[in-house]
Design a protein around this ligand. Structure first.
Ligand SMILES: C[S@@+](CC[C@H](N)C(=O)[O-])C[C@H]1O[C@@H](n2cnc3c(N)ncnc32)[C@H](O)[C@@H]1O
Length: 204
């Protein structure tokens, strides 16, 4: 064990309850897949306070990036052995060199912002991945979001007006849009998990 476990923290988004005290089952599944594929250097993009870092550090040489300085400070204080692998930065323009990572995991992250920002983040993921690099990202579906739509910014991008992520901008996608955003040839598997979130596995 690198450090003490995180305290229980459950947040409700509409009718979905997310337990931030333990790794998301889909992230565990993705990490197992990346391990089987021999991936070693992995970025937890939008790592927040480090919910998955401890788990990922047991399998990979893991790095964490988040735009929120307070969350990165929290992650560094919870996981001091990872301190030098944690950075504050924006997913649309990360501080890493080209082809630095074997894999990128971004759980509940890249839909924060407009569609153009999501596209830019995807470009950035391709830039920092090695030639045979893999990624796992989750996206928010268009259906079931009535409670969080808030102020319309552009088609299917809203500033959320209620709940724990009030004030955040979110872009919601439909299945075909995912092909266009990532490029069909890069997609390995796309499905909706038991909360209907899109899970996207892909390759550079
Ligand atoms: C819903 S939380 C998910 C955190 C973590 N990935 C997890 O699964 O528990 C979204 C995270 O994305 C981060 N984030 C949002 N926009 C970002 C951006 N432009 N660049 C980097 N991180 C961002 C937030 O600060 C937050 O920590």
């Amino acid at each position: 064990m690198l450090e003490k476990p995180f305290k229980t923290m459950k947040l409700q988004f509409g009718d979905k309850i997310y337990d931030y005290s333990k790794p998301e089952p889909e992230v565990v599944k993705a990490a197992e897949y990346l391990c089987q594929q021999g991936k070693q250097v992995v970025l937890d993009l939008g790592c927040g306070a480090g919910r998955h870092l401890l788990y990922l550090a047991q399998k990979f040489k893991v790095y964490g990036l988040d735009k929120d300085q307070d969350l990165i400070k929290k992650a560094a204080s919870n996981l001091p052995k990872l301190r030098d692998k944690l950075r504050v930065g924006n997913m649309t323009a990360t501080p890493y060199g080209d082809q630095f990572f074997d894999a990128v995991i971004a759980n509940q992250v890249i839909y924060h912002g407009t569609k153009a920002q999501m596209s830019q983040t995807i470009k950035e993921i391709y830039r920092i991945l090695k030639p045979k690099g893999l990624f796992f990202v989750t996206l928010q579906p268009r259906e079931g979001q009535a409670w969080r739509l808030g102020k319309l910014v552009e088609p299917w991008t809203y500033v959320t007006s209620a709940g724990p992520d009030k004030g955040d901008t979110h872009h919601f996608v439909y299945r075909k849009e995912i092909d266009g955003l990532f490029g069909k040839k890069h997609l390995i598997s796309v499905y909706q998990d038991n909360r209907n979130d899109w899970c996207v596995y892909g390759k550079k």
